[in-house]
Write a protein that binds this ligand. Sequence first.
Ligand code: ADP
Ligand code: MG
Length: 710
Amino acid sequence: MPSSLNALFKPRSIAVVGASRRPDTIGYQIVDNLVRHGYTGVVYPVNPGAAAVHSIAAFPSVAAIPGPVEMAVIVVPKERVLDVVEECGVKGVEALVVISAGFKEVGGEGVVRESRLGEVARKYGMRVVGPNCMGILNTDPAFSMNATFAPSMPPPGPMSFMSQSGAMGVTILDYAAEYGIGIHHFVSVGNKLDLSGNDLVEYWGEDEGTRVMLMYLENFGNPRRFTTLARSMTRRKPIVVVKSGRTKAGARAAASHTGALAGVDVAIDALLAQCGVLRAESVQELFDIAMALEDQPIPAGNRVAIVTNAGGPGIIIADACESQGLEVVELSPETQGRLRGMFPAEASVRNPVDMIASATSKSYRLALDAVLDDPRVDAAIAAFVPPLGVRQVDVASSIVQVYRSRKPSDKPILAVLMGRHGLPEGRAELGDAGVPAYTFPESAARALSALVRYRRWLDRPVQEPARFEVDRDWAQVVLDGARDEGRATLKEHEALQLLHAYGIPVVGHRLVTTLKEAREAARDCGYPVVMKAVAPGVVHKTDVGAVRVDIRSQVELDEAFGDLIRRLGDAEIDLEGILVQRYAKGGRETVIGMSTDPSFGPILMFGLGGIYVEALKDVAFRLAPVSEVDARDMIGSIRGARLLEEFRGEEGVDQRALIETIQRISQMVLDHPDIVELDINPCLAFPDGVLAVDCRVALRESPESHPAHS
Ligand code: ADP
Ligand code: MG
C-alpha cells in the first residue's frame, strides 16, 4: 500500500518526541531543521521538562497535544522508545521516524527491543522509518520538511535518495547541497524494521516529484522483490545504486566451478543488471551519474564527440571514454570541413577536437554546434583548461547557450572544467542550466556511460522467461535415485540424463564395467570415443588422469581401458565404472552452470574456457529465471564473446542453442530446488548446435519439502 507512506513524506503535523532545548542535541537539531527550513505544517515539541523548545510551546507528552498528529519523530533514549510508540499509537499517529539507536544493530536485547517496537507499531497500523536512522526530508515547497539532524539542506530537484547508513546520509546531503544536486525526498532507513528500499522504489515509482531514484545500500532485505519492482520501475525512471562492500565475501567452498566463481557481489551485479538498475562503484560515482541524469537527455547511442582547448585533456578524456565502453567516433567529413573553417591550422578537427589554447568562449559554441549536428554523434563532452584571458564562466555560458538552443534534443552535453581558477562560477553557471560540470575526465566518462547503459536497458525488449516442454518427472526420478542411495551428488551419467530430460543435447554415452561392454559401447557410439572413470569423490577427472580422449580403434580402446583401471588403482581410487562417450571434435568449450545463494536463490553462469574457466574467469552471471534477452546478454557480456563468432576463418558457433540451453537450465533449477550446484563443463558449442559432454550436479544436503522458488 504505497499511499500509506504519505504520512511520512507529507505530514501536516509532526511531534518531535525528545525535543531538547540544548543546541548540541539531536532532539534540538530536528526541531531546528524543521523550523529553519520552513516546514509548512505544525511542529509539536514534546518534552516534559520544558515549556518551550526553539521558542515553540512544548507538550509534556504526545497525549497532551491538542490537535491531531500525523507523524512523530522519536529521539528519546532507547529504554523509553516503546512507551512513546505505544502512546503515539493511542494518539492515532500514522507514521513514526525512530532516530533513537540501541536496537538490532547492537544485538542481544536490542534485537528483542526492535521486534517489540515492530509489534506495537503493527498493532496500531503505524509505518516506521528506522530505528537507528537520521530522519526524512521532503523539499517539495508544499511541505519543506527537513525532519533530519543533518546540517545541510539540499536544493529541491527531481532525485529521491535512500540511504541505509545514517553517517553516509549526512555526507550525501552535504554533497548534494555543495554540488547543487536537486533532491526531492531523502530517507535514512536505518535498521529497516518496516520501511524498506523496496517500499520506497514502489512509492517513488508512482511519485510525480521523483524522476530519478538514488540508493546507498548495505544489504538487500528481499532481493527477489527488489528485482520484480525495479524491473518495471526502471522502464520509467532510472535507479542508481551504490552498494557498499564490493569486495568479494570470502570464496566459498564449492564443488563446482560456478560455485567457486560466484561470490555475493556477483549476485548483486547480476541482479542489478537484470533489472536495469545502474550500479555505481562509489558515492562519488553515484553523484557523477546523478548530475547527468538530473537534466540531460538519454543519448541514442554510445558515440561521443570531445571538444577541448588542449591536446592532453582531449586524449585523457578519449581514453576514459573508451575504457567506459563509449566510442570516440570519427566525425563526418562535412563536420571536419566545417570545423576546419573555424580554427587555425594547428587545431585538430578530428575527434577529440582540439581548438588549441587560443579558443574563446565563442569557439566552444561553434564547435559544439558542429559536432552535435553530426548524425554520427550521440553525445558531446566539452572540456576546458583555462588559459590566460579566457574565463571559465564565459566558456560555461557558451556551453549553456548551445544546450538551451538545442533543447529538447536527445544529445546530452557534459562539461569538464579542469582548472581551479574561476571553477565555482563556471560550475554554478552550468549547474543552474542543468549541464553537469565535472572536475575529472573519468567522472564525465563514467556518467555518460551510465546514460548509455540506461538507453540500452530502455531499448531492450520486455520479456517473460520462456517455458519449454520438458520431462520434469524423469528428472525427478533421477534425483530421487541419488537420494535413495543417500547421495548429495549425481554421478556423471545421471547428471547427463537430467540434462537430457530437460531437452539439452547430450553426447552419446554409456556406463560400462567390463572391457567387453566398453567395446560394445564404443561400437554403438561410433569411434572415435572418450573414456572417463566414474568414481565417487573425484571432482575434476582430468586432474587424476581419469579422462582419455580421441580413442580411434578397439586396439586403442583396450589399451586405454587397462591404463585407466591401473592408474586409478595406483591412486587408490574406487572405480564405479567407465563412461564411454562419443568424441565430439572441434567444438568451442563453454561452461554453463548454476550455484545457489542463500538470499538470491539460483544464480546462473555462462563462460568460456572448459577446464581453464577458473583461470580465465571470463564468466557472466544472472539470477534465475532468465529470459531469452537475459541469456543473450550473458553471452554478449563476457570478454571473449568474439571467440564465439566467426573468427580467423572459423565458423561462429550456434549462439541460439547456447541461449536456449541457459534458459532450460534456468527452468530446471527452479523446477527442482533440490539442485544447489550444477556445472556443464564443457558444453561444447558447434556451428549447428551444442553438446553437453560433462556435467556435475550437487543436491541440497537434506531434501527440501517445499520448493523455495515456485
Ligand atoms: P573433468 O572436467 O572432470 O576433468 P571432462 O569430462 O570435462 O572431465 O573432460 C575433460 C576435457 O576433455 C573436456 O574439457 C573436453 O575438452 C574433453 N572431453 C571430454 N569428453 C569429451 C567428449 N565426449 N568429446 C570431446 N571432448 C571431450
Ligand atoms: Mg569437465
